[in-house]
Design a protein around this ligand. Sequence first.
Ligand code: NAD
Length: 250
Amino acid sequence: MSVAADLARRIADAGAVSVLTGAGMSAESGIPTFRGTHDSLWSTFDPMALATETAWRTDRDLVWGWYRWRMALVAQAPPNAGHRALAALAQHVDVRIATQNVDDLHERAGSVVDAHVHGSLFALRCFECGRAHEAPLDAMEPQAAPLRAAPPFCAYCDGDVRPGVVWFGEALPEDAWQRAVATTHCAVMLVVGTSGLVQPAASLPLLARRHGAYVVELNPARSALSDAVDLHWPVTAAEGLPLLQAALTT
Ligand code: NAD
């Protein structure tokens, strides 16, 4: 029996599947991952200069310009066949998604996301008072590389507005984390496109296994999780998930 057929049978029997996604989920939409390829974001930029509170305090125009560039990149990226397959699967079984991604491609493909454990690029809030920033941002022309840009001001306290992502060294939003943990009570978990290096998100598949789940990793390369899951399926997200969807729905 093929991997897709075996997985489809397990998911159909359970009537449900939990999915943990990482940056590799959106790679085939044209959004670079952080690690794992020569053009990944961290091989081009220094994360510690961009994705930390210290970086923000040191040079917020540099940090805001980088996130503004990533927002524009995401806004013009279409969901890929993997995102679409997960949304289609939800027509047949209960699909619960926890994502480390800060993009909105699952939602634009039609999925409901249980938890964005690392926040969202688009959930802007004030760095000083923490209140949400609802005002639309100025339109941005697609640009080849990030440019420095001043962040907008908060309408309440005049503080600087920051992206709603979780930076290195910051705690995860507690409610999102609890919803992600809830997805680990499952019979089958798919782990798609994550290096398994960022904690505590990387502990979710192990927690699922402890709860008795059959855990399958979809990743063309081996990751820090490969030895800890039941099966490493060496496919990309846009290859493997449509195969699974076809096996489950035909
Ligand atoms: P990562 O960059 O550390 O690892 C990416 C993984 O995806 C690698 O193991 C790689 O082999 C695999 N991969 C590459 N192409 C793939 C494909 N087509 N299909 C399946 N797998 C593929 O990603 P991570 O583990 O999610 O890292 C954590 C941080 O990266 C998260 O905090 C996340 O917020 C952030 N991030 C998010 C985005 C996004 O929102 N799209 C993009 C870059 C980074």
